[in-house]
Design a protein around this ligand. Structure first.
Ligand code: ADP
Ligand code: MG
Length: 689
């Protein structure tokens, strides 16, 4: 580190705080502040207040038979107080002699002799010396044992001075943005966060409400969005195979459409056109397909894949779970094999001999449609002519994972087109920050024949009633899901809850078939249970949330979710999306453990009121903030320095506009912004910038 007084030891301590450079040091922000700017007359000390006082030592005693090692009496012209020490290094003890003038800082409390301070920070003021009090609030930093606040403060003050000398080289926002937003300059913002003027409101600082903090938050959000936009621009300079299909001719697409038992909704038609247009380009498509559960994304995916096949190219579809991948495989086999298209399946559960054959089919371009889990992107999987990658249920993957996958599917010359499908309706503001690198298509219409779903919210005390109702319905030929959600950190314990529920239900329904599915089962076992359920051989499928995503069994029309109060809205909506997929009127029963907290009451109320995923997502955002909506993983792994999506999401709309402005008018700022804010970035920076 290029700062004075940073030896090997300090460097080691700083490393523990992830501080490796002057910049890291500057971004090591205070966790709180103390006001040491005003000296308080001793007489005015009140218990519970943190105070700065100054006085002369009147007496020093070492009381017998107490824990107190040293008790000092200190007085100024207004009164006297005590300083109490339970332990004290020798060199400090020496400073505490009668007649010395001390400046002390600490929390006043009521002691046996009146107001006192335990273990104040203190400094001896030599006779005749004038030591001004601090001119700004004192920052308290997160630190590590061995590294004092004073050392940190000194280093940071020096770092601030150092970058001051660089004049405006630190300013990465265009003047236009700074003026229109009336923002402070970067260096001033940083300076004031580390050394706030004495009149600053501490509460505002703690809540990140000051203009200085907002300036940094804004810049960080902006940098993030700029980096995604930039990654997209960069990616789209690569060549890819143009997948053109003559719409008049008798091709695979028309043939496939003709044999579908339904016709596409207007919304499906529209997104198919958007996708078709992108795929016909010589640069890769990067498109997000959003559509609520049951809106019919799979058939849109199939039509996109057929465009690749029609051009003698390959298309791969990746799903986040084994279960979902294998279900897609069944569907695509059924749909595409009549057209002599070879569909193969790959996951970590596909072993040795079979795997070898599959890999050979993939590398020889024999297999045209490849379905699987992220096993698709293992090193030994070599595609022959991969022109399109589709990722289903994107919300399980992070932003950076996505960038990585893009690279993996690429050959030297060609980059595949990419379509990402998600059923998680993401409120617009949040979607912007997470999907800035994607164009967006939305299916905003449900297939007409969709059955109604009604939702009841019941206390678990009425569980027996519910069981009786399910029995009745299943005896009439209906099928039901019984969901025991993940409530424990450990899969093992959750699996147990599901196992117990399955046993209980089987006992209650002696003439009906109950099956069980949870994360601890082998892939083949899960699949066998799923298939039996699909074929109607099983009446009640007891499951953990493994069935949350994508599972499609149109005959299943009842869902019971236990401990529903513990699940987030997004997850409840996903789960409920498993029913109402056919033509049968469907029922969802949310069982909760009373008493319900206010927020759980509100959430379950939302579920009862609406089936509209976008409405639910907006309500979710209002109730719980983005962490809930996007999942901890996605908000957490971004590694923000200052920003907090929970607190700052209202800025995103503005950030979006400003990021566009920066990318268009100030491309020279892109690289420095990414370097400043996006640590350990997997996002490439164009070396030409
Ligand atoms: P999701 O968007 O949740 O992935 P799916 O693609 O699984 O939804 O579709 C849900 C169900 O709706 C499937 O059984 C599918 O065959 C059916 N479906 C899709 N599109 C239509 C349509 N236009 N009309 C009628 N049913 C449709
Ligand atoms: Mg789906």
């Amino acid at each position: 580190m290029q700062l004075r007084g940073v030896g090997k030891t300090t460097e080691k301590y700083l490393a523990r705080l992830n501080i490796f450079s002057v910049q890291d040091l500057l971004f090591h922000l205070p966790s709180r502040y103390e006001d040491r700017t005003k000296r308080l007359p001793i007489q005015k000390m009140r218990a519970g207040h943190v105070v700065l006082i100054e006085g002369v030592i009147q007496s020093v005693e070492t009381p017998l038979h107490t824990r107190t090692k040293l008790l000092c009496e200190l007085s100024d012209e207004t009164g006297e107080t005590h300083l109490r020490f339970f332990h004290l290094p020798l060199f400090l003890k020496k400073a505490l002699t009668v007649g010395n003038r001390l400046r002390c800082f600490g929390m006043a409390r009521l002691g046996p002799h009146g107001i006192e301070i335990i273990h104040p920070e203190f400094q001896v003021i030599a006779k005749g010396q004038f030591v001004p009090t601090e001119t700004h609030l004192t920052a308290i930093y997160p630190t590590t044992q061995g590294l004092t606040q004073n050392t940190l403060r000194k280093l940071i003050a020096e770092a601030l001075q150092k970058i001051r000398q660089e004049n405006n080289a630190n300013e990465l926002l265009p003047a236009h943005l700074i003026t229109t937003h009336a923002m402070p300059a970067f260096i001033d913002a940083l300076h004031c966060i580390h050394q706030p003027p004495s009149q600053t409101n501490c509460q505002d600082l703690l809540e990140y409400k000051t203009a200085w903090q907002k300036r940094l938050i804004f810049e960080e959000l902006l940098a993030h969005r700029v980096s995604l936009l930039h990654a997209k621009q960069l990616f789209q300079t690569h060549p890819s195979t143009a997948l053109t299909v003559d719409s008049e001719s008798n091709n695979l697409l028309t043939a496939f459409r003709e044999q579908l038992p339904f016709s596409l909704t207007n919304a499906q038609e529209r997104v198919c056109q958007e996708i078709g247009h992108d795929l016909a380009q010589k640069n890769p498509m990067l498109r997000l397909l959003q559509g609520d559960v049951g809106s019919g994304k799979t058939v849109v995916a199939a039509l996109a894949m057929l465009r690749a096949v029609q051009n003698n190219q390959q298309a791969a579809l990746m799903a986040p779970t084994e279960l979902l991948a294998s279900q897609h495989y069944q569907v695509f086999k059924r749909w595409l094999e009549p057209f002599q298209i070879e569909v193969v399946f790959l996951s970590s559960a596909v072993k040795t001999k079979e795997r070898k054959a599959t890999l050979a089919a993939i590398s020889s371009n024999h297999a045209k449609v490849i379905i699987g889990t992220h096993a698709l992107f293992q090193q030994d999987v070599i595609f022959s002519k991969l022109a399109l990658i589709i990722i289903d249920e994107q919300h399980r993957f992070g932003v950076h994972q996505r960038a990585l996958m893009r690279e993996k599917g690429s050959t030297d010359h060609f980059h595949p087109h990419q379509l990402i499908m998600t059923a998680t309706p993401i409120p617009r503001t949040l979607a912007m920050s997470f999907y800035a690198d994607l164009d967006c298509s939305i299916i905003d219409e449900m297939p007409a024949s969709k059955a109604t779903i009604s939702t009841n919210v019941l206390a678990t005390t009425r569980r027996d009633e519910v069981i009786a109702r399910i029995k009745e319905n299943c005896l009439q030929g209906k099928q039901a899901y019984w969901v025991c959600p993940l409530i424990d950190e450990s899969e093992a314990i959750d699996a147990k809850a599901a196992i117990a529920a399955a046993a209980e239900l089987q006992a209650a329904f002696p003439t009906l078939q109950v099956a069980l599915i949870h994360g601890r089962l082998k892939a083949a076992e899960k699949e066998a249970a799923m298939q039996a359920f699909q074929q109607g051989l099983i009446h009640v499928l007891v499951a953990t949330t493994v069935i949350e995503v994508g599972i499609d069994v149109p005959n299943a029309s009842i869902m019971v979710i236990e401990n529903a109060e513990r699940l987030g809205l997004a997850q409840l909506h996903q789960l409920r999306g498993r029913i109402g997929r056919g033509t049968i009127a469907s029922h969802c029963i949310l069982l909760y453990q009373p008493p319900l907290s206010e927020i759980s009451t509100a959430r379950l109320g939302v579920m009862r009121e609406t089936n509209d995923g976008f409405k639910i997502a907006e309500r979710d955002l209002a109730l719980r903030g983005p962490g809930e909506v996007l999942g901890e993983r996605q908000t957490g792994t971004l590694g923000w320095r200052v920003a907090d999506l929970m607190r700052d999401h209202h800025l995103l709309e503005d950030v979006k506009k400003s990021a566009g402005y920066v990318v268009h008018n100030h491309p020279e700022l892109i690289a420095p912004l990414i370097r400043r804010w996006i640590t350990h970035s997997e996002i490439q920076v164009n070396p030409d910038l």
